[in-house]
Design a protein around this ligand. Structure first.
Ligand code: HEC
Ligand code: HEC
Length: 195
């Protein structure tokens, strides 16, 4: 007798649960398309991950054509590459990208995790390239004994390598490819003669 009422109670709860689920599902799917009316345009515009600034005076090319009063679909989160493979620097003074993950590396007033490996003294132990001499120079080009305050917060200049696609297309050319494609400039004999 007791068991029977328990069974009925469980059964009723289950039926009620299913009803609530079906109702929620119907309500949700009913609202879905109606809601999508607005942002759908933004989504479809934002779909291509890389795009040149669209014509027509886009305020911010990174919005990739999504009108200013609409919210674009954000590109998927980038994955950090942890492959120990250096990337080519676009110009000699470019801070090299970090070829390893830096999750949880503390860099603050009390401690600088990066310098554990990248200090000259520790480089041999960790087989890390020591920071270059510029990192010990102050703004008057004087060499300091320890890392310069100007170079203390490494992530100000160095970023990890990710598989993120460029948000905005650009036609930057490395100086080597510029030199390779430019024909040798002819010397101007007239000017030389006049001087
Ligand atoms: C556990 C040791 C270790 C720590 C901590 C560490 N690194 Fe490295 N780092 C390395 C090693 C080893 C390399 C050489 C490439 C490789 O094996 O990944 C390297 C390479 C680099 C390079 C590339 C240098 C080049 O010439 O291309 C940069 C930049 C760099 N690290 C920055 C950082 C920054 C910034 C931090 C702190 C957020 C940091 N590292 C923390 C070990 C470390
Ligand atoms: C103000 C920008 C800036 C900051 C901050 C900075 N770096 Fe650099 N870093 C550079 C630049 C620019 C280069 C490349 C030219 C050079 O060596 O000065 C470089 C080069 C390097 C290299 C490669 C050295 C080599 O000989 O190839 C390593 C390793 C490095 N930095 C690590 C670090 C670490 C670790 C920190 C934090 C303690 C740090 N950097 C802070 C700008 C910065």
């Amino acid at each position: 007798m007791r068991n029977k009422s328990l069974l009925i109670a469980v059964g009723l709860t289950a039926v009620l649960g299913i009803l609530v689920f079906v109702a929620g599902w119907m309500f949700g799917s009913h609202r879905g398309p109606a809601e999508a009316g607005g942002p759908a345009t933004a989504d479809s515009v934002a779909a291509p991950p890389v795009d040149a600034p669209p014509p027509g005076g886009q305020i911010d090319a990174i919005r990739r054509g999504v009108p200013i009063d609409q919210e674009g679909a954000p590109p998927p989160m980038a994955r950090v590459e942890n492959a120990d493979i250096k990337r080519v620097r676009a110009y000699p003074m470019q801070p090299p990208t970090i070829p390893h993950a830096i999750d949880g590396y503390q860099v603050d007033k009390n401690s600088n995790r990066c310098m554990l490996c990248h200090a000259r003294a520790n480089a041999a132990t960790f087989q890390a390239p020591p920071v270059s001499v510029t990192h010990y120079m102050d703004r008057d080009d004087q060499f300091l004994a320890t890392i310069s305050p100007r170079r203390y917060f490494c992530n100000q200049c160095h970023v990890v390598q990710t598989d993120a696609k460029p948000l905005v297309a650009n036609n930057f050319q490395d100086i080597d490819s510029v030199i390779a494609t430019t024909p040798a400039a002819p010397v101007a004999p007239a000017k030389q003669g006049s001087e």
